[in-house]
Design a binder for this molecule. Structure first.
Ligand code: ATP
Ligand code: MG
Length: 500
């Protein structure tokens, strides 16, 4: 059974019960106000049959009617009429008897001189025995009987009772009151039902529709929670779930696209050296290298291309492992100044051969201990220095290294006075396979993996890497490493393993 039907049943049940309670309360009130169950019956008789008299009055009226039918002339006997009037007076009613020739008897109960003129005309068919009339603001109810006297003259006998105007109005409007009160209850119930279905069933319906959308694989919709109640919270949780799902689907699609792009880049980059190698080998096979010098040159070229290929495969392998987070980082406490001293010494000779001067720009007093995976940080530094050396166009070629220790982090800066990187290329240089325009066709252009690898390594250390550059002036590459808490308290090259 759906919630809507359950609610409908419970509301209808409540409605019936309220109507029952309403009817019972009304009856109880009437009984309490009018005295007993008889008067309740009376009340309804009065009300629904337009019987204006009480039971006693009615029985006196019946006696009078009997007389009028059988012995009409006795209804001229003043004494008899007085007796009847007296009986009626005790039940707060009065008697009025008339005949065509004039009034016969009028009770003093009402003190109403106008009475005679307001009474209905003669009607021997007695079509309407009971009715009401008013004189000014006073209301009267009566029962009347028309009859002929023995001499043929028409006569009427009235039993009249005065009623309060308020009571009369209430009585007249009672059905309308009862119907409108019951109507109010019904309408109120209907409104409540609508409110509950709107605030419960509708949102649940929306939730079901959303679930169906997801089932069909459509995540491109949004479910706005418009209430703060439990259902609103449920909707919000559902919407959250949808967003997460959409994100993960999006991520999967991006991953897929990335993978395709990676494969196409790799194939492209591998093809160039392989085509070269193939070309030179074909040259040798076809006898183009016919002198030992030529042969030597060809073999050297093939060898250097093979080395390039090897380097490329090596970089690719490292990059993809770093990207998949498959490379463990063994962080140890290292004095970064000492470490960079070693790097500079190691590179100085190779660089000087190419006319590049490398040295410190700002060297703090060691030790400045950081957590680092030595092998990987070395790779990072060499990649940056390699770039500085590759993209150099000045006569005096300089590479400067600085270390800026801060409270928690140490920033290492490697700057050069090379070509610089165009502003529009800066946001992309850490992307894999990205090469800035200037170096694209030059022989210095690598595979575009150097900085991508460096950035993966620094991220793996929890640090940050960024570049500032100006075309024609030079480039400054910065990266940060976390300081150890033991700085100053240990010797150089202190090896402190850390597990984070
Ligand atoms: N110091 C620098 N001066 C000028 N341009 C630079 C410098 N460092 C990087 N670049 C630019 O950024 C690009 C990306 O550098 P990255 O090291 O990732 O790739 P690569 O040097 O082209 O190839 P790889 O390092 O894999 O051999 C370079 O192609 C170059 O255009
Ligand atoms: Mg590089």
């Amino acid at each position: 059974m759906s919630i809507r039907i359950k609610l409908l049943l419970s509301y209808t049940g409540m409605l019936l019960i309220s109507l029952l309670v309403f009817a019972m309360t009304a009856s109880l009130f009437t009984i309490a106000a009018t005295g007993d169950v008889h008067s309740l019956r009376d009340f309804y008789k009065v009300h629904y049959q337009l019987n204006p008299l009480t039971e006693q009055e009615e029985s006196i009226f019946l006696e009078l009617k009997y007389l009028a039918k059988n012995e009409p002339d006795r209804l001229q006997d003043q004494q008899l009429l007085k007796d009847f009037d007296f009986k009626l007076k005790t039940v707060r009613a009065g008697l009025y008897v008339r005949r065509e020739s004039g009034r016969i008897y009028q009770s003093y109960t009402f003190n109403q001189p106008e009475l005679g003129r307001h009474l209905p005309p003669y009607d021997l068919n007695n079509n309407q025995i009971r009715s009401t009339f008013n004189i000014g603001e006073r209301f009267y109810a009566y029962a009347k009987y028309d009859f002929p006297y023995s001499d043929g003259q028409k006569g009427s006998v009235f039993v009249i009772r005065e009623r309060s105007p308020f009571g009369e109005v209430t009585r007249k409007l009672l059905p309308a009151f009862v119907i409108s009160l019951a109507g109010i209850i019904v309408i109120f119930n209907a409104l409540l039902f609508r409110w509950i279905t709107r605030s419960v069933v509708k949102p649940l319906d929306r939730l079901r529709h959303s679930a169906e959308h997801i089932q069909r694989g459509n995540l491109q919709f949004s479910l706005e929670p418009n209430t703060k109640d439990e259902i609103g919270q449920l909707n919000a949780a559902f919407e959250n779930m949808r967003k997460r799902l959409q994100e993960s689907v999006q991520l999967r699609l991006e991953d897929e696209a990335n993978r395709k792009e990676l494969i196409s880049n790799i194939s492209h980059d591998l093809r160039t050296p392989i085509t070269n190698i193939k070309g030179y080998i074909e040259g040798i096979r076809d006898g183009v290298a016919d002198t030992p010098e030529k042969m030597n040159k060809y073999v050297n070229i093939i060898y250097s291309k093979a080395v390039d290929l090897d380097k490329l495969v090596d970089e690719l392998f490292l990059y993809s492992k770093l990207d998949l987070k498959q490379v463990p980082f063994t962080l140890v406490a290292v004095d970064i100044v000492d470490f960079l001293d070693d790097c500079i010494e190691e590179q100085r000779y190779v660089l000087e051969e190419k006319g590049v001067v490398i040295g410190w720009a700002h060297r703090p007093i060691p030790p400045v201990n950081v957590f680092a995976d030595l092998e990987k940080i070395k790779r990072t530094v060499l990649n940056i220095i390699g770039n500085a050396q590759n993209y150099m166009d000045k006569e005096h070629k300089n590479i400067h290294i600085s270390v800026h220790p801060e409270r928690e982090w140490v920033t290492v800066e490697i700057s050069d006075n090379g070509t610089g990187i165009p502003q529009e290329a800066l946001p992309h240089i850490f992307e894999r396979f990205y090469r800035a325009e200037a170096s694209r066709n030059s022989s210095t252009g690598g595979s575009g993996l150097g900085l991508a690898i460096a950035s993966q390594i620094i991220e793996g250390h929890g640090g940050r890497i960024w570049v500032e550059s100006e075309v024609g002036v030079g480039t400054r590459v910065f990266f940060t490493l976390r300081r150890t808490t033991y700085e100053g308290g240990e010797g150089r090259h202190g090896r402190q393993h850390s597990d984070y």
